[in-house]
Design a protein. Structure first.
Length: 220
């Protein structure tokens, strides 16, 4: 698997989401940040909006659930048609059972870690997931500066994933831009969530391709 770019609509115009997704037609995924104002201090969109987006989006949906009780709520996003559903280790009561339920519903299962959560905390779960998301900002708000201190964690995650013997994607989310994506790729990430960097560009599709080229060059 090569480099994948998953622009976050958190930085898009929510009043015209269909048109905003059309702006990123060159991307691999459309990344949807679901926040409940409990697990993180922000409230965004929920399942009804995601269901509407799934009807119109030409791109598969990568749902990142920053919510309490994902064991209860995450399967509905898979059942609705999201291609990938990511839940947080810090919020899940039974992560293995939840990952298996997401698979049963036909979605890829992603596991996310906040910056302060050590990657070793999920070592025994890696065989159950399809993607590990290392947050490179504190989850909750777009436009935050990239946390350089997370790069060693990304490297450690890559080493651990390579040792599993399966093709498990490594996603980074937070402060990803033309200034930071090469360092993330060099550290071992292969799926990149970029919100502000893409949607603040005059040509969002061209910025997606620029980010892809920079990441690909960094991994040779």
């Amino acid at each position: 698997m090569g480099v994948q770019i998953s622009p976050s609509i958190l930085s898009a115009d929510f009043a015209r989401l269909g048109a905003e997704v059309d702006r990123i037609a060159t991307a691999d995924w459309v990344h949807v940040d679901v926040m409940d104002n409990h697990f993180v201090p922000n409230l965004t969109i929920g399942l009804p909006v995601v269901e509407s987006l799934l009807v119109t989006s030409p791109l598969p949906v990568d749902a990142h659930l920053m919510i309490d009780d994902p064991d209860r709520w995450a399967p509905a996003y898979a059942d609705a048609g999201c291609g990938s559903v990511t839940f947080h280790l810090e919020a899940a009561a039974a992560p293995i059972r939840l990952a298996r339920e997401l698979h049963r519903q036909g979605a890829r299962a992603g596991l996310a870690l906040k910056p302060a959560t050590p990657v070793d905390a999920c070592a025994d779960l890696l065989g159950e997931i399809d993607m590990l998301l290392v947050m490179t900002v504190e989850p909750g708000f777009g436009g935050q500066p990239f946390l350089e201190a997370c790069l060693p964690k990304v490297r450690r995650a890559r080493e651990m994933l390579d040792g599993v013997g399966r093709d498990i994607w490594l996603q980074v989310d937070g402060g990803v831009s033309a200034d930071t994506i090469e360092r993330c790729a060099d550290a071992g990430a292969d799926v990149f969530v970029a919100g502000s960097a893409v949607y603040r560009a005059d040509d969002a599709a061209a910025e997606v391709e620029r980010l892809r080229s920079l990441a690909a060059a960094a991994v040779g």
